[in-house]
Design a protein around this ligand. Structure first.
Ligand SMILES: Nc1ncnc2c1ncn2[C@@H]1O[C@H](COP(=O)(O)OP(=O)(O)OP(=O)(O)O)[C@@H](O)[C@H]1O
Ligand SMILES: [Mg+2]
Length: 113
C-alpha cells in the first residue's frame, strides 16, 4: 500500500476528486494547508514581505491506495491539477505498513477497496 499526498491549487480540487472517483479511488482526505515552493524571485516584495516568505493557500489531498493503483492515482492528479504554471503543486509517495477498517476489523487491501 502507498500513501499519496498531493498539494494542489484549491481551484483544482473538484476536478481531481472527480477524476479519482472515476478511476475507482473514492476514498480521500482533504486538508486546507499553506505553503511555499521553490520561488526564484527572492528580491520581490509585496506589502513589505519577501515573496519567498509569503505562504500560498493550497489543498492537501491524501489517499491510501494499493500498489496496483498508485500509478493510476498519480496520472489522475497530473492530468487534473495542472495549469502548466509555477505553483501547480507536488506529489509525495510513502509506504504504508497497514490499514484497518474499524467497523469490520479487516486489514490491508480489503480495508481500502
Ligand atoms: N519540498 C516540499 N516539501 C513540502 N511541501 C512542499 C515542497 N515543495 C512544495 N511544497 C508545497 O507545495 C506547494 C506548491 O509548490 P510549488 O508547486 O510552488 O513547488 P515549486 O517547487 O515551486 O514548483 P514550481 O516551480 O512549479 O512552482 C507549496 O506551496 C508547498 O505547500
Ligand atoms: Mg513554486
Amino acid at each position: 500500500m502507498k500513501k499519496i499526498e498531493a498539494i494542489i491549487k484549491p481551484s483544482k480540487l473538484k476536478d481531481v476528486q472527480k477524476g479519482l472517483k472515476e478511476a475507482g479511488i473514492p476514498c480521500i482526505t482533504v486538508l486546507p494547508v499553506k505553503g511555499t515552493g521553490l520561488q526564484k524571485t527572492y528580491s520581490e516584495h509585496y506589502r513589505g514581505t519577501e515573496q519567498s516568505m509569503i505562504l500560498q493557500s493550497r489543498v492537501l489531498i491524501m489517499c491510501v491506495v494499493s500498489d496496483n493503483n498508485m500509478e493510476k492515482c498519480i496520472d489522475v492528479i497530473l492530468d487534473n491539477a495542472s495549469d502548466g504554471e509555477t505553483g501547480d503543486g507536488k506529489i509525495f509517495i510513502y509506504d504504508v505498513a497497514e490499514a484497518i477498517r474499524i467497523r469490520t476489523k479487516t486489514r490491508g487491501k480489503e480495508a481500502i477497496q
